[in-house]
Design a protein around this ligand. Structure first.
Ligand SMILES: [Zn+2]
Length: 276
């Protein structure tokens, strides 16, 4: 089922800010494209998934990668949550390790991702840039976007700290000359401003370790949950082969099916094979 998703910061459409997008279920064709690009960083994978299944509400056409890359990280996160809900029923599994030294217990959570989509987000002010001042320094920035995240993600694989610096540098539009724009107080101020303007970029879940009792806040990463879920099962190529063998449909016909309908035919095929 397709879902209409309300956005906080929106996207530019014909010079105006549009605050809704539609997420449709994945087809087998979408999944095959994603499965064949195994080297994509998590950020690039999530952007490609959204480019395939995110539609303009008015025209029903895919908005494409440039629009996805222009979205704020919180709006991107809401679309990824919707993509999960559009394709998978029930709760999502999240696995993390207790961070307390000497514990390291594996903690498994079952999350109802739809609850994070409930209610409309507050509306952003529609500004493409904002200016903050700390002491003598004044900087003008834009919110980190899905494209910014994708650009620094490759660096983040080997050097997360450098990737975080590169992300800040990408968001700086202009800075006063009185001091360096990356002083810690200014960075703290910038982080607070981004959190205020785009809170869904950093959804935290309270977790208590069942072994040592340590309480912590875990980051909800809808893209990682979605990618892990898409990778479950025997894979799209094996599913196409099985459906083609049982129903004699072409590859194109099978790949055009939405994921849930394809799974129902696979279940039917399995029960028919069991009867024989
Ligand atoms: Zn623990």
């Amino acid at each position: 089922m397709s879902l209409v998703v309300d956005l906080r910061n929106g996207w530019r459409s014909d010079g105006a800010v549009a605050l809704q997008l539609v997420v449709r279920p994945l087809t087998g064709g979408d999944e095959m494209q994603l499965e064949e690009q195994t080297s994509l960083t998590p950020a690039a994978w999530a952007n490609r998934l959204l480019a395939a299944c995110t539609l303009d509400l008015a025209s029903g056409s895919p908005v494409g990668l440039p629009v996805v890359r222009s979205l704020s990280l919180g709006d991107r996160e809401r679309l990824l949550l919707a993509a999960y809900a559009a394709n998978f029923a029930g709760t999502a599994d999240m696995v993390l390790s207790c961070g307390k030294e000497g514990c390291g217990e594996t903690i498994e959570l079952q999350l109802d991702l739809a609850t994070f989509l409930a209610g409309r987000p507050g509306r952003g002010d529609g500004a493409q840039t904002f200016t903050i001042a700390e002491g003598e320094t004044q900087v003008t920035c834009h919110l980190p976007t899905a494209g910014d995240l994708e650009t620094v993600a490759e660096l983040g694989r080997t050097n997360p700290a450098a990737a975080a610096d590169a992300l800040v540098a990408r968001c700086l539009v202009a800075a006063s000359e009185s001091s360096g724009p990356c002083d810690p107080p200014l960075l703290d101020r910038l982080a607070r401003e981004v959190e205020h303007r785009d809170p869904e970029a950093d959804i935290r879940i309270a977790v208590t370790c069942p072994t040592c009792g340590t309480a912590t806040q875990a980051l909800l990463d809808a893209g990682a949950i979605l990618r892990a879920r898409c990778a479950m099962g025997e894979g799209i190529h094996a599913e196409v082969a099985r459906l083609a063998r049982v129903y004699h449909w072409s590859e194109a016909e099978i790949l055009a099916l939405p994921r849930q309908r394809r799974r129902r035919y696979l279940d039917l095929a399995a029960s028919q094979e069991a009867i024989r």
